[in-house]
Design a protein around this ligand. Sequence first.
Ligand SMILES: [Zn+2]
Length: 327
Amino acid sequence: MNNYPWLKVYVDQWHNLVKTQSAPHAILLSGAKGLAKAELAKMMAHISVCEDLQESSVCNHCKGCHLFNSGNHTDVTIITAEKAVIKVDQIRQLSKDVVLSSTRNNYRVMIIEDAEKMNKASANALLKTLEEPPANVIIILTTSEIGYLLATIKSRCFKVNIKSNDRQLLIQWIQQNCTNSLDEINQAMLLSNDSPVDSLTILKDNKLTSVRFMLEDLDQLAKRQSGVLEISKKWLKEESLNNLSLIAAYFLNIIKANNSLIEKSILNSLSHTNYANIQGLDKKILNFINKTYDIINRLRTPLKPELMLEELLISWQNDFVVNDRLS
Ligand SMILES: [Zn+2]
C-alpha cells in the first residue's frame, strides 16, 4: 500500500492511533514540497475507513477498503484548489458534510490539499469547523507553505512535520523508479532541494537536458555570443520557462558551492561555467533569482512574460559580463 518508504514511520504512527481509537480530529501535515504528503493523507484516510484493520496494515477485503480502493467511498472527501484558490464555498460544503454521520458507521475523513491556498474567507470558515469537530470526523490538511496558514488554524491541529533525513533511502527509491545514473539522480536531487518525487519528475521528463541547454544559453549570452532577443525567443518557443525554477535552484546551489556548503563537482555536470571569480557573485545571483521568480509568478497569470524575460536576460548580461569575465 505504501510506495513511499520515507512515509512508513508516519503511516505506522497513524495506524496505531486509529487502532487504539486515539486519532486526533484535525491533523496538519507540513513539510517540504515533493515528499508525497497528499499520498500520505490518502493512506491515512484509507486506514481510517478500513473496517477490519489488521495488526500493521489495512485489510483490503472489507467493504470500506473496496469503496476506498475504487475511489467511491462516500465518507472520504478530498478538497483541492480550483484555479489556485480553495474557495469558501468548498469549505462551506465541507462544514455541512462533517455534521452528517458516516455512511458506514466509521470515520468520515476530509482532506484539504495545499491548505495554504485557502483565502481568508475559506480559512475563517474552516476555523469554525475545527473549533468543534464532531466525534467521528477526521480533517487532514496538507501544506508545503506552513507560514501562510493562520496561526489559529495551526493551533487547532495536531501537527506532523514530514521529513526524511535518510538521503540514501530517497536515492534508492528514485533508483527503483528510473534508469538514470547515480550522477544524474544527484543532480536532480540538488535541483529539487532533495525532493524524491520532484527528482523523479525531473529525470522522467528529461529536464536535466533542458537545464543544461538553458545554462549554456546564459553562458553564451554573458560571452556576447548570443543576443537577448534570440534567447528569449528560443526559451519561449521551447517552453523553457517551465524550467525556470530549476535554473533558480541551480544558481542557489552555485551560492552554496561558492560558500563551501556543498561540493562543487555535482554542479559541473550541468555547466562548466566557472562563476567563482565574479565580484559580488552572491548578490548578483540573488538578484537574478528574484527576477526569475517574478517571471514564474507572472506565468500563473494571463499576462504575457515576454518583456519580463527580456529584462531578466538583459540584467543577466549586464551583471555577468560588463565588469567580469566568465571563464
Ligand atoms: Zn479494510
